[in-house]
Design a protein around this ligand. Structure first.
Ligand code: GLN
Length: 292
């Protein structure tokens, strides 16, 4: 009779396999915990327990699939963590990145600065995807009103499911960036977006985990990667000027996005912020209403 391998042995083997395949070893931890269907604390407390055969089979299957095809671990588990909460994800939405948590943090800080007490404050997240930005803001800033748009109905289905699961009050509207906001006469105080920003010419340089699995419409924005910012800036002229914009940007787009915003709103205070890795990641703009 063969004895079932212990959890720490299974993990060590998978970690070493993933390392050899140039994949991230932490994927083994996430997948094994997922297939065991236990909490993180329980997972690390039961390292000496044998892994049941059916769990082992499913785990090995997924580890191989990930190593061979680059399918993201979040697609295998159907979940991604963002700002401490679990979100449902699938191939219809961009998998949330940790950098975007910093964009949300910035939005929370700016909302606290902009929103005087006891007045309605409306936030619009354009191109919401899985809804992580809008839902997190609605939960962290319950006194605000949050709208979110996306051109993809499939993405909105995922976002709506997430809002429901996390009990967040977000109104989702289908359409291109700010268009549904214009059509519905919504007056945003703050516009936030993590739009597509990768130049279409850079597709070859992307890892397989991204280029074969994240939706192209969430990644690419014209030859220079700036098409989405141009559209949003142009559309914003069809609504009363909001008080602020926050954009996630690519690491080399700070100057370009800054000047795009300044062209549209010459009197605005535009700042490029770096992320925890020191890369340009966020552009914020505070608009001066009196001159715009
Ligand atoms: N940050 C994502 C990546 O580098 C791109 C997402 C986007 O274009 N907004 O994979």
């Amino acid at each position: 009779m063969t004895t079932q391998p212990k959890q720490h042995e299974v993990l060590a083997k998978a970690v070493s396999f993933l390392n050899k395949q140039n994949r991230e070893p932490r994927v083994a931890h996430i997948l094994l915990q997922h297939h065991l269907n236990v909490s993180r604390a329980a997972f690390y407390a039961m390292m000496r327990d044998p892994v049941p055969e059916h769990v082992l089979d499913a785990f090995i299957n997924d580890i191989k699939k990930h190593a061979e095809t680059g399918v993201p671990v979040q697609h295998l588990t159907g979940q991604a963590t963002f700002y401490g909460r679990d979100f449902t994800v699938n191939e219809d939405v961009l998998i949330p990145r940790p950098e975007t948590e910093e964009v949300v943090q910035q939005a929370i800080t700016m909302t606290h600065e902009c929103a005087e007490q006891n007045r309605p404050f409306t936030i619009v997240d354009v191109g919401t995807g899985s809804g992580v930005i809008a839902i997190t803001l609605a939960l962290e800033l319950p006194e605000t009103t949050v709208y979110a748009t996306d051109i993809s109905q499939a993405a909105l289905t995922v976002a709506q499911k997430n809002a429901h699961q996390l009990q967040a009050h977000v109104t989702f509207l289908e359409g291109d960036f700010l268009q549904p906001i214009i059509d519905n006469d919504i007056l945003p105080n703050l516009v936030i977006a993590n739009p597509p920003y990768i130049p279409s010419t850079s597709v070859a340089a992307l890892p397989d985990t991204v280029k074969h699995f994240d939706p192209a419409c969430a990644l690419f924005a014209g030859k220079d990667g700036l098409a989405a910012y141009r559209t949003i800036m142009a559309q914003s002229k069809d609504i009363p000027a909001p008080e602020a914009f926050i954009f996630e940007i690519g690491h080399d787009q700070g100057e370009a996005v800054q000047s795009l915003v300044r062209q549209t709103y010459p009197a605005s205070d535009v700042t490029v912020h770096r992320d925890l890795h020191g890369k340009e990641r966020i552009v914020t703009a505070i608009l001066h209403k009196s001159t715009d």
